[in-house]
Structure formats: structure tokens, C-alpha cells
Design a protein around this ligand. Sequence first.
Ligand SMILES: Cc1cc2nc3c(=O)[nH]c(=O)nc-3n(C[C@H](O)[C@H](O)[C@H](O)COP(=O)(O)OP(=O)(O)OC[C@H]3O[C@@H](n4cnc5c(N)ncnc54)[C@H](O)[C@@H]3O)c2cc1C
Length: 460
Amino acid sequence: MPVPVVLFTSDLRLHDHPPLRAALEAADAVIPLFVRDDAVAAAGFAAPNRGAFLADCLADLDASLRERGGRLVVRSGDLVEEVCRVAGEAGADEVRMAAAHSRFATRREERLRRALEREGRRLLVHDAVTVAVPPGEVTPSSSDHFAVFTPYYRQWARAPLRAAVAAPRRVRVPDAVMGEPLPARGEVTGVSPALPAGGESEGRRRMTAYWRHGLDTYADTRDDLAADATSRLSAHLHFGTLSPVELVHRARRHGGPGAEALVRQLAWRDFHRQVLAARPGAARADYRTRHDRWRTGRTAEADIEAWKEGRTGYPVIDAAMRQLRHEGWMHNRARLLAASFLTKTLYVDWRVGAAHFLYWLVDGDVANNQLNWQWVAGTGTDTRPNRVLNPVTQARRYDPDGAYVRRWVPELEGVGAPAVHEPWKLPGPDRAALDYPDPVVGLAEGLERFRRARGRKDRP
Ligand SMILES: Cc1cc2nc3c(=O)[nH]c(=O)nc-3n(C[C@H](O)[C@H](O)[C@H](O)COP(=O)(O)OP(=O)(O)OC[C@H]3O[C@@H](n4cnc5c(N)ncnc54)[C@H](O)[C@@H]3O)c2cc1C
């Protein structure tokens, strides 16, 4: 009997894994394969934090397969060539994988399909593995995708969800197909000091703990910067160590306002994917141009450096940017503030910020990162593209005691709230005692510059 290949990509789990399940129903052995694709690094998607997290994910997946009698086969090189090679060695007639939605992924999938077909093998692609509701499944009557979240969410919430499938009990992997040694987390350099651990076991542990201790209060606490009370499941969703379908089912079963609010955020994830699937160019180009002429030149470069290093003089922005480097993760409210500050107050191209985030974020992914950046910059799907978040009023609202700021900006350790959010207003000697920079730009000045830029008359 031919042995199918199951190609793992952004779905590094055994629970709720339809391609693996389907392969095991059709055959008594499979080749679970992961290819460390050279093209990922060449396209600039590889970054130390995600490399380290990925190493954890592969080690955990291999261990879970071994518990069930199998193992993970890891290869590296060109993904299409490696999959064809493994399929040849195994005598496979089919390869199964999860659908993905970026241009990079869909082109790669097409190349793979053609290469396998040339050898007389089939590629079977499963939907609803990396998303809950696949792109294209809910669409408005007048377009191929939704450009506004609220009507999308209404339809998304009514869309049928496939049932979650159990993890297999046994996985037999033939000895003939050999893999390479697994990459080790310790081999990756430049990793954030507080990067969380990856892997499905860790993801499931986190999910269970959150369901017990965080979900019920999620709706009330999700914007509280210091409480740090969001699920922190984003990296697990990015690497697919948790299934979005399973999370939606579990949240709906749990019920209540917290679970409902979490499901809504998971719908945002699908929303951005359906935008990207329909408009793959939005990974790089404005989804809706505002004819911006973003700042460039020496002073803009100096502002960008200050923003990256967390020394803009706006404590909440600096806290956010330092958290990003230290943990490889940033709170959603902080991401909104940091992105609004760069694109609107500093009037710097969203692509500059998106690239920096993509380098550091362990959950960094093209759909969520680029389209959230565009949303904040007003070039994406926000229906109020010119709104500007004021970092001081937002900090007062979402970090009223200043605990988030003091956690990440030790220079302000001794300053109480609300002064901690505006240290430049401290009396002379108190201000002078702080080793903390003055604001890179006044808020009124930044706002005026942005409004002028967006309202200018000389549009092409
Ligand atoms: C400028 C900017 C860049 C971002 N870049 C990324 C990115 O690269 N990768 C990423 O996963 N998220 C990104 N987000 C969305 C969001 O900030 C993170 O998903 C969230 O902070 C992750 O923390 P959590 O898992 O505790 O989220 P929770 O609040 O617990 O939410 C649960 C899950 O819902 C999804 N989700 C939540 N908010 C959003 C959102 N606004 N858009 C899409 N999905 C969402 C995530 O998968 C998240 O894990 C970005 C947001 C902004 C404003």
C-alpha cells in the first residue's frame, strides 16, 4: 500500500489535524514531513525569535509522534524538491497539507502541485486547518472579500465550523525514509531574552490554563496593559500548535462575554487572511492609498531609531518597544499605540514599522502584521483612517497606575501616575534627575503635520 506524505507547515500539531487524520484513515502508515524551506529565509521571513520557537515546535511534534510510535522527518532545502524527493523515497501517491493564504504560500503550493503531478502524484490541500473559516467561504454579494470587519464578522459567526478531530493514537512511519537532525533552539542566536517556549504541549497547557483563569475576564481586561491578561496564544496560532477551529469550538462551549470577545478576535485573524488571500499585494502595497508622502531623510531616520530603541520620550511607546525586544511579543493595545505613533505622530511609512515588528515578533505573520499595520496607518480597512491615538490619554486610560510603563522603563521607576505618562511636565529638578529623553516631537506638532499631509490639496 502506498504511504502518503503529510507535509506540516503552519500546523505543527497532532490535535485537530485533518490532513494527518485523513492520511491515517486511508493508509496504515504515513510520512510526517517538515521542510526547512530555504525560500523562507531568502524572502526575509526567517527571524531569530521565530526560528527558536519553531525549533521547540518541531522537537515537541517529534516527541508526540514518537509517543505514538512514529517520528517527524525533517529535511531542508527547496520545499518542492524535498517533498518530491521524500514522496519518491516513500513511493507515495499523495501528499496532504494545509491551505495557506499568502502569495508566497499559494505560489509554493502551486509549484508543488505541478511538480507532484509530473511524477504522477496528487497534492491534497485541506481548508480550515490554519484558519477557522477559510477565505472565500463568506463573501459579500458585491465583492470577492469583505473590506470591513463588522459585516464580515456577522457572516463569519454564522458560518458552519467543521468538527474538531482527535489526535491519532498511533502513527506508524516506515523506517526507509530518513530525516535530518532536528534544529535546536540553543543554536539560534539573537533571540529575545524572555522568549516563550514553543510547541503543541506548551500551547495546550497555556490554552487550558487560560480557559480556567483568564477567559471569563478577557472582555474586561484585554486592554489593560499592566494586567497582561490576554491569552498569549498568538504564536501558537501562528505556528499552528493550536487549532483555530478547536479554539472557537472550545470558547463557544465555554460561553460568556469573555469567550465571545475572544472568538471575535479570532475572527479578526480570519478577516485579515481573507483580505490577504483576495489582495496578496497588500503585504507590501497600500490596500487603500491615501497618497502619503511619508517622511524620509535624516530627522525621520533619527525618529525611527528612537522609536525602535524605545527612547521616543513617550513612556508608553518606549515601554511597548522595549517589551517587543525583550519578549518577542507586545500587548495588542501597545501595538496599536506604537504603530499609530510611528505612522501618524511621526508620519513614517507603515512598512518601516511592519518590518521591525516582523523581525521581532514571535507571532509575526504577514496577514496579521501587515494588515494590522495598514489598519492603524489608515491605508487598510479601518473605516476611520485618519484617527490618531494620543499616547498620553491612551496611557492614562489603559495604564492608569503606570505599572506597565514602570515595568519596561526603569528610568521612570520612582515616578507615580499620572506624571509617569508625561515626565516632561515634572517640576524642573525632578525632571532633571531623570535619565530619560524629552519627546522626539510635540503631540500637537505631530498631529498638525499628519493632518496637513493627509489633507493636502496637491494629490496626484
Ligand atoms: C500593528 C500591529 C501588528 C500586529 N501584528 C501581529 C502579528 O504579526 N501576528 C499576530 O498574530 N497578531 C498581530 N497583531 C494582532 C494582535 O496584536 C495580536 O494577535 C495579539 O496581541 C496577540 O496576543 P494574544 O494572543 O494575547 O491575543 P488575544 O487578545 O488573546 O487574542 C486571541 C487571538 O486572536 C487573534 N487576534 C487578536 N487580535 C487580533 C487582531 N487585531 N488581528 C488579528 N488577529 C488578532 C490572535 O491570533 C490572538 O492570539 C498585530 C496588531 C497590531 C496593532
